[in-house]
Design a protein around this ligand. Structure first.
Ligand SMILES: Nc1nc2c(ncn2[C@@H]2O[C@H](COP(=O)(O)OP(=O)(O)O)[C@@H](O)[C@H]2O)c(=O)[nH]1
Ligand SMILES: [Mg+2]
Length: 452
């Protein structure tokens, strides 16, 4: 183990503060056996729950409860570990914790158990992060996704990509080793195929990870469209109260309004913006500028059009063309009540929903649609949990792969390609924690709870 603090034996109350049926103290490290002998009279048989009296310094009982001993390396942390399941009152747990400290343990830092598990190769970094995500999950769907990642499904995908990159890199390095045949090696169509496969896999994993992040952090949705299309009315309907001012005067909304909305436990950040039009006054023009900036940072744009103010498909296409092309769009055909239309979800590309923000008809379709966009696809869709950090690393890796592909087709530059591939591999290693700085590890684990 290369953790400088690993010689310590750590202890913490692993259950949340307050009163409960039981409370759990967790102890891990080299002194666990000695602590167990003093506190319980003997080290319990490994992995067998045993009813014990927990003894104080004077031999007086503090509590009775279950003791569970895990022998290294067959424990969560990989070290000797003891769990004491006591009665869940703050005084009892504090006394027990103080007793373990008297016996040589020190108080665990946030995430220290998980950190040890990581350092002892019990789990990789993405799996450790998924534990925290599971604990923090705001919906059943998010919890399922976190569980899949915790079990290693996300890491396995990243590793398969990493292996594809390594194979490609080996091919390129073989070429460099035989300079006189380098061009032939690099011209091999197998290499081209390897790179293409790696890029395809990278795109696929990137999409999955992105979905996972949305599920965890919630997605940011910007409502945009022309003045009076009903953007603010839509925000109000989604929020369930009158958050934004609605009038029939075009240009009512100027500043951006933000609302956090929950759909079945999944967080959604909805931004209402100034209507997009030309010839606005100074204030409104600033609002429009902000609307465009917000759109650039959005996970999705809801582009609202007025069903009653007929526009040709051509016009609509022109309007859509002014939106940032990197952000997915859903078209909201609003005010169907004015044309006696029925709410519906056109399964088109881009998706198009017909609804009325005034009557609320079709809002349920929009909620379902947004849930789907966030990765809520039913119980066995296989969504994984992921974090921004993973997305960043995947994006960097992808850029290096693209650069490698460019170097291959345009220059047949083996050395440069090998370097790009090495960097792609390195970025992927950051996800699983193969390559990470102590600094980053510190930051990640510090955000965990105590006792985890
Ligand atoms: N009939 C009808 N009127 C609507 C609907 N949505 C909005 N409006 C009206 O359209 C006008 C502009 O609405 P508002 O939400 O302020 O539009 P914004 O400028 O896009 O924010 C207001 O008079 C609203 O009452 C709708 O679904 N049906
Ligand atoms: Mg408005």
């Amino acid at each position: 183990m290369n953790d400088p603090s690993s010689g310590r034996t750590i202890a913490a109350i692993a259950t949340p503060p307050g009163r409960g049926g039981i409370g759990v103290i967790r102890v891990s490290g080299p002194k666990v056996r000695a602590i167990a002998e003093s506190l319980l009279g003997a080290v319990p048989a490994p992995r067998v729950a045993t009813l014990r009296t927990f003894l104080g310094a004077d031999g007086e009982p503090i509590d009775t409860g279950l003791a569970l001993f895990f022998r290294a390396p067959a424990s969560f942390t990989g070290e000797d570990t003891l769990e004491l399941h006591a009665h869940g009152g703050p005084t009892v747990l504090d006394l027990l914790l103080a007793r373990t400290v008297e016996l040589g343990a020190s108080l665990a830092e946030p995430g220290e158990f998980s950190r040890r598990a990581f350092l002892n190769d019990k789990l990789d970094l993405a799996q450790a992060e998924a534990i925290a995500d599971l604990i923090d999950a705001g919906s059943a769907e998010a919890a399922r996704a976190a569980l899949r990642s915790m079990r290693g499904e996300f890491s396995d995908l990243v590793r398969s990509l990493s292996e594809a990159v390594i194979e490609t890199r080996m091919h390129v390095e073989a070429a460099i080793d035989f300079p006189e045949e380098e061009i032939d090696f690099l011209a091999d169509s197998a290499l081209q195929r390897r790179l293409e496969n790696a890029l395809a896999l990278s795109t696929q994993i990137g999409a999955k990870a992105r979905q996972g992040t949305l599920l965890r952090e919630g997605m940011t949705v910007v409502i945009a469209g022309k003045p009076n299309a009903g953007k603010s009315s839509l925000l109000n309907k989604l929020a369930g109260y009158s958050a934004a001012i609605v009038t029939d005067i075009p240009g009512t909304t100027r500043d951006i309004l933000r609302e956090r909305i929950d759909i079945d436990g999944m967080p959604l950040h909805v931004l209402d913006t100034a209507g997009l039009r030309e010839h606005a006054d100074v204030v409104e023009a600033e609002g429009i500028r902000r609307a465009r900036t917000a759109m650039l940072e959005a996970d999705r744009i809801l582009y609202v059009v007025d069903a009653a103010a007929r526009r040709s498909e051509e016009e609509l296409r022109e309007e859509l063309a002014t939106l940032p092309n990197s952000v997915p769009v859903t078209i909201i055909v609003n005010k169907i009540d004015l044309i006696a239309g029925a709410p519906r979800d056109e399964q088109s590309e881009p998706p198009r929903l017909h609804l009325s923000a005034a009557t609320g008809d079709g809002i349920d379709l929009l909620r379902e649609h947004l849930k789907e966009c966030m990765g809520f696809q039913g119980a066995d869709a296989g969504t994984l949990s992921a974090r921004r950090r993973h997305l960043d690393a995947l994006a960097r890796s992808h850029r290096h792969l693209e650069e490698a592909a460019r170097l291959l087709t345009e220059h047949r530059a083996g050395e440069l390609m090998a370097e790009e591939l090495r960097q792609a591999q390195h970025a992927l290693g950051e996800i699983t924690g193969e390559f990470t700085s102590d600094d980053l590890l510190g930051r990640i684990f510090a955000s965990f709870c105590i006792g985890k």
